[in-house]
Ligand binder design. Structure first.
Ligand code: A2P
Length: 334
């Protein structure tokens, strides 16, 4: 691969930080790196491969000479600035939801639909964090037995809502332990010692009662798997975990899949690690997935209420496979 001029939009954020770390750890061939953020970050410097790089303010003219731009600065910023980047000949890998459902924009999880990258017209969308880890596990099971229906409930980490959300979790936890009233600024309710069934925290629910995160999981799963016939329903919940999304997933398949067969398939699946040894109390945990790029699956068991259904527990680092690592994998495909 020839060396590329790369820009990271949203470089000062949590995902931005992990994008820089992933470009370093994957030894991505970066010829030069441009770091972009808002006016608030003017004057900041970030370290990449031991070198301090100044953060520049993201503008319409930031992408001249840039070949690959990794965007993680929110949906509004992506909508506004990705067309400028494409106009200047740059390929954008966008971590926001701005373009994901656009039929012209491939939505890519390399283990599932790598070939879709070839159809891009300048923008490639990185899917929703909860969806990525789920489809990495579902794809090999779908290939083996055709999944007809998915029922998923998520237990999503606070870092998915950004740096300020993590700080709110820490501040609230301290406040509660010290007997003070927790202050809610990012989340609509106390997140410390609590679970909030509303993601994203700033979005209103749809008329049918679903949250936008739940709709993303439904629609993105069908798009990435290339199968609109898979029925998906989701309940997405924020939990007071720093990093690592966990998911309880029930799948109904056309062909019967035993738990043993599912384990065998998943042991051979790319980027998947099976952790399923009940005698040793081994199953995926957010704390052990943090900092890892793989997706972990365990508690694989046949659903006693249905002859062709399985229950799974799926965990991954939402900032890595759910965001930065998947984006860098897409850049590698390019
Ligand atoms: P900044 O740090 O200057 O606010 P997180 O999701 O962790 O909160 O990070 C969001 C990232 O997106 C940060 O790097 C933030 O920059 C960046 N960002 C947010 N809004 C804009 C904007 N309007 N223009 C450029 N960067 C933005």
């Amino acid at each position: 691969m020839s060396s590329k001029t790369v820009a990271v939009a949203g470089a000062t954020g949590l995902v931005g930080h992990h994008l820089l770390k992933t470009l370093e750890s994957r030894n991505f061939p970066v010829k030069s790196l441009k770091l972009l953020a808002s006016e608030r970050s003017k004057g900041k410097r970030l370290t990449f491969r031991g070198e301090e790089i100044p953060v520049e303010v993201l503008t319409e003219n930031s992408f001249k000479g840039v070949e690959i731009a990794l965007f993680s600065a929110g949906g509004g910023t992506s909508k506004k600035f990705t067309p400028c980047a494409v106009r200047d000949g740059c390929v954008v890998i966008d971590n926001s939801s701005a373009w994901r459902m656009d039929p012209e924009v491939p939505l890519v999880v390399p283990e599932v639909n790598a070939a879709a990258v070839r159809t891009h017209h300048g923008i490639i969308a990185n899917p929703n964090c909860s969806t990525i880890q789920m489809v990495v596990v579902l794809k090999p099971l779908h290939d083996a037995a055709r999944i007809e229906r998915v029922v998923v409930s998520t237990y999503q980490a606070v870092s998915g809502a950004g740096i300020n959300a993590l700080k709110e979790l820490e501040d609230q936890t301290r406040a509660v332990l010290e007997g003070r009233d927790p202050v809610c600024q990012i989340f609509p309710h106390q997140i410390a010692f609590n679970c909030i069934p509303q993601i994203p925290q700033s979005d209103a629910f749809e008329d049918d009662g679903y949250s936008t995160e739940e709709i993303k999981m439904i629609k993105e799963t069908q798009k990435i798997m290339g199968d609109q016939s898979i029925r998906v329903t989701a309940t997405t919940v924020r939990v007071p975990v720093r990093t690592g999304h966990s998911e309880s997933v029930n799948i109904e398949t056309r062909d019967k899949l035993t738990a043993d067969r599912a384990r065998e398939i998943l042991r051979k699946a790319p980027s998947v690690i099976v952790q399923d040894d009940l005698a040793k109390q081994l199953y995926p945990l957010a704390t052990s997935a943090e900092g890892r790029w793989e997706t972990f699956v365990g508690r694989i068991r046949e659903d006693g209420s249905h002859s062709r259904a399985l229950n799974l527990w799926i965990v991954s680092d939402n900032l890595l496979k759910g965001a930065a690592y998947n984006a860098v994998q897409i850049a590698e495909l390019l």
